[in-house]
Write a protein that binds this ligand. Structure first.
Ligand SMILES: [Zn+2]
Length: 468
C-alpha cells in the first residue's frame, strides 16, 4: 500500500472565488502543492479520502481537474476551526477503494484489446467509466454494417481477458513523447482526445521501452498498449477473473459493455454455473417425464380406461422452469452464459408445450372414448342418464368434448366429474336435458375433492327425480 503523502495547501476555492481561509462546514476545493489523489480523467473515477492537518480532517469526496489544477473537493466537519493557505496536510487516499478500481482499469485495457481481436479493426473506444464496483466500455460497432455480436463473440472476448489474467502478465507504464508513442504498432488511443506531451504509455506483458525501441514490430499488435494516465494493477493476476455481464446498443453504431473483475467476477461465474445446472436438471426431469408419458400412452392403447391424470406430472417442472427463467433475467452472470441458459430454457419450454399438447389430445380422446362406452353400458342397462368420474385433472375442454359427444351420438344426458389432486379441485361438466346453460351444457368447479363422491350421489338422485 502506498504511503501517505505530505503536502501544503496552496489555494482554497469556493466555487466563485479564491479565499485565504475557510471554516468547518464550508464546501470548498483545495489546491495542494503536490498530491497523491487521482482526479477523474480518462474514464477513471476520482479517489476519495482525507486531507489531515492541525485543523482536523478535511473529507475529500470528489477530485477534479480545474484549470489545470487538481481540485480536492469536500468539507471539514466537527467543531468549528479554520484552515488556511500554507497549512501543512497529509494526503490520505482511500487505497482500499483504489484497490478495487485498479483491476477494473487494467481489465478495461484488456477488453479494448480483445474487442479488436474478436470483432475487427473498426472497433474504437467511444468512452469508458472505471468504477470500484464495475467497468463500462463504449465502442464503435454497427450490427448492420459490422455484423451482430452473438454469445460466441462475447464468450471469446471474455476468455481472451481471462487468458491474460491467467498468464500473469506484468503491467508496465512509462512516459514517452507523443510522437514516439504514436508510432507503436497496435497502440490504442481515443480518437479526437487531446493527449499531453509527453504522454504515459501503459503496456500489458511487454516493457514500454521494448515497444519504443522497435515501434513498428508486428508482434506489438498482439499485446495491449494504450495512452493512459490511470491507476493500474502491477500484474494481471491481481484481477483474478473477468466477467462480461452485458452488451447492448446505446446509440447508432455505438455499443456498451459492462463487466466486473475480482470477487464480483468469480461470484458472477459461480452463479451462472449454478443456474445452468438448474436448467440442466430441469431438462433431465423433463426427459424422464416424457418417457412416463410415452409409457402411459402405450398403456392406453390396450386399456380404454381409466385415464391416468398424466397432466399432474407437468405442473412441477413448468413452475421450476418459470422460476429459473425469472432468476436468470435479473441475475448478474456472464452475458454469454445468460444467452446459453435462455436458449436451453426456450428449448425446454417448447418441449413442455409439445408434451402438454399431446396430453391434452390424449385426455380428449380418452374422455370421449370412456364416456361413449359408459353411455352404451348405461343404455343397455335401461338407464336414461348417467353420472361418472373420469380423472383427467382440470381439463374442462376434454370433459366438454366428452359430454357433447355422448349427447350427440347417444342422445343421453350425462354428468362427468374430474378431480385434480395437486390443486384439490374438482371440475364437472353436464349436458343433455338435465343441463342448463349454453347449448345444453353446464359446468362447475369445486374446491375440495373429498366431497366429489357426495356430489356425485346427490347429482344421481337429483337426476333420477327429474329424468325418470
Ligand atoms: Zn486507461
Amino acid at each position: 500500500m502506498p504511503e501517505d503523502h505530505e503536502s501544503v495547501i496552496k489555494a482554497i476555492y469556493t466555487g466563485s472565488e479564491f479565499v485565504e481561509s475557510a471554516t468547518t462546514g464550508d464546501d470548498v476545493g483545495i489546491v495542494l502543492e503536490s498530491t497523491s489523489f487521482y482526479a477523474e480523467q480518462g474514464g477513471q473515477i476520482f479517489d476519495i479520502g482525507s486531507l489531515d492537518g492541525p485543523f482536523g480532517s478535511f473529507q475529500v469526496c470528489n477530485v477534479q481537474i480545474f484549470g489545470g489544477f487538481v481540485l480536492h473537493i469536500g468539507s471539514l466537519s466537527g467543531v468549528t476551526v479554520k484552515f488556511s493557505v500554507r497549512d501543512k496536510v497529509t494526503c490520505k487516499v482511500d487505497y482500499d477503494r483504489r484497490g478495487l478500481i485498479a483491476p477494473n482499469h487494467t481489465c478495461t485495457h484488456m477488453l479494448n484489446y480483445a474487442l479488436r481481436e474478436v470483432l475487427g479493426n473498426h472497433v474504437d473506444q467511444k468512452g469508458s467509466i472505471v468504477l470500484p464496483e464495475k467497468l463500462r466500455f463504449d465502442f464503435s460497432h454497427d450490427p448492420n454494417r459490422d455484423g451482430a455480436i452473438n454469445a460466441d463473440h462475447l464468450r471469446k472476448i471474455e476468455s481472451i481477458v481471462n487468458e491474460q489474467i491467467k498468464s500473469e502478465l506484468d503491467v508496465y507504464s512509462k512516459e514517452a513523447t507523443l510522437a514516439e508513442a504514436k508510432r507503436i504498432n497496435g497502440l490504442r488511443a481515443v480518437f479526437g482526445e487531446v493527449y499531453p506531451d509527453p504522454v504515459r504509455v501503459v503496456a500489458i506483458g511487454k516493457k514500454v521501452e521494448d515497444l519504443l525501441a522497435d515501434p513498428e514490430n508486428i508482434e506489438w499488435s498482439s499485446i495491449s498498449s494504450e495512452l493512459c494516465g490511470g491507476t493500474h494493477i502491477t500484474n494481471t493476476r491481481e484481477a483474478r477473473a473477468f466477467a462480461l455481464l452485458s452488451e447492448e446498443g446505446i446509440a447508432k453504431g455505438v455499443r456498451r459493455i459492462t463487466a466486473v473483475t475480482t470477487e464480483s467476477a468469480l461470484k458472477a461465474m459461480e452463479l451462472g454455473g449454478q443456474l445452468l445446472k438448474e436448467v440442466d436438471d430441469a431438462s433431465k426431469l423433463e426427459v424422464c417425464l416424457l418417457e412416463k408419458l410415452l409409457f402411459y400412452s402405450k398403456l392406453f392403447c390396450f386399456k380404454a380406461s381409466p385415464v391416468v391424470p398424466v397432466f399432474l406430472y407437468f405442473f412441477a417442472p413448468l413452475q421450476k422452469v418459470a422460476s429459473v427463467k425469472t432468476s436468470v433475467d435479473s441475475a448478474s452472470i456472464p452475458a454469454a452464459q445468460k444467452a446459453d441458459i435462455r436458449a436451453k430454457i426456450a428449448q425446454l419450454q417448447n418441449q413442455l408445450k409439445r408434451a402438454q399438447k399431446k396430453i391434452a389430445e390424449q385426455n380428449m380422446q380418452k374422455a370421449v372414448a370412456t364416456a361413449t362406452e359408459l353411455a352404451e353400458v348405461a343404455a343397455k342397462e335401461g338407464k336414461t342418464f348417467y353420472v361418472t368420474r373420469i380423472d383427467i385433472g382440470l381439463d374442462a375442454a376434454a370433459l366438454r368434448e366428452a359430454v357433447s359427444k355422448v349427447i350427440q351420438q347417444k342422445g343421453m344426458p350425462v354428468m362427468i366429474f374430474s378431480i385434480d389432486e395437486t390443486t384439490n379441485k374438482a371440475v364437472v361438466y353436464a349436458g343433455g336435458r338435465c343441463g342448463r346453460g349454453k347449448g345444453g351444457l353446464a359446468t362447475g368447479q369445486g374446491t375440495d375433492i373429498s366431497h366429489v363422491n357426495d356430489a356425485m350421489d346427490l347429482a344421481t338422485s337429483f337426476a333420477s327425480m327429474k329424468l325418470t
